[in-house]
Design a binder for this molecule. Structure first.
Ligand code: MTE
Ligand code: MO
Length: 156
C-alpha cells in the first residue's frame, strides 16, 4: 500500500534532460501516470552474492519517448546514435543505448521502478531494473538524473 506523504518528508526528484523536446522533473508519484509493469529479477553482485527482488514501475522507454527524444521517428536508423545516461544520487552511473530499449531493436523491458518488494521508492527515488542483466551493477537506485544524448552523430 502506498504511504501518504507530508510536506516535511522530502520526495526525491529526477531530472530528465538532454536531447528531448520536453525536459522534466519527475517524482516517483509522477511515474505512476504511465502504464505500470512488474518484474521479478535475480541478479548477482560481486560483493553481496545473489539477490532477488520484485519491482514495479513504468518502462523507461515509455517515459523517455514521451519526453520527445530528438530523432526523426520515421527513420529507425536515426535512433542508433542516442545514448541514455542514468545517474544515482551517490554518483553511480551507467550508459544505455537507445536501441537497447527500443521496441524495434533490443526490446529490453527496462523499468524505472517505483516500488521494490512492494515498498514505495518515493523518498529514495526510482531504481533502474534490467531483467536481462545477470549482474546487479546497472540496477541503479536513487536515480536523480537521466540524460538523453544524441551528439554521437558527429563522431564520424
Ligand atoms: N545508486 C547506486 N545504485 C547501485 C549501486 C551503487 O553503488 N549505487 N550498486 C549496484 C550494484 S553493484 C548492485 S549488485 C546492486 C545491488 O546493490 P545492493 O547490494 O546495495 O542492493 O545495486 C546496484 N545499484
Ligand atoms: Mo554489485
Amino acid at each position: 500500500m502506498r504511504q501518504s506523504l507530508t510536506a516535511a518528508e522530502p520526495v526525491a526528484e529526477l531530472a530528465l534532460t538532454g536531447d528531448v523536446a520536453r525536459p522534466a522533473r519527475l517524482t516517483v508519484p509522477d511515474l505512476l501516470d504511465w502504464p505500470q509493469h512488474t518484474a521479478r529479477v535475480s541478479f548477482e553482485c560481486a560483493t553481496s552474492g545473489v539477490q532477488e527482488h520484485s519491482f514495479s514501475g513504468p518502462l523507461l522507454h515509455d517515459v523517455l519517448h514521451d519526453a520527445g527524444p530528438g530523432f526523426d521517428p520515421a527513420r529507425r536508423k536515426d535512433r542508433l546514435r542516442f545514448l541514455i545516461a542514468v545517474t544515482g544520487a551517490d554518483g553511480h552511473h551507467a550508459l544505455l543505448s537507445w536501441a537497447e530499449i527500443d521496441p524495434d531493436f533490443g526490446r529490453a523491458p527496462v523499468l524505472l521502478a517505483v516500488t521494490i518488494d512492494d515498498t514505495p521508492l518515493d523518498r529514495a527515488g526510482p531504481q533502474l531494473v534490467l531483467p536481462q542483466d545477470r549482474c546487479g551493477a546497472r540496477h541503479i537506485s536513487g536515480i536523480n538524473a537521466i540524460r538523453v544524448d544524441g551528439r554521437y552523430a558527429s563522431w564520424a
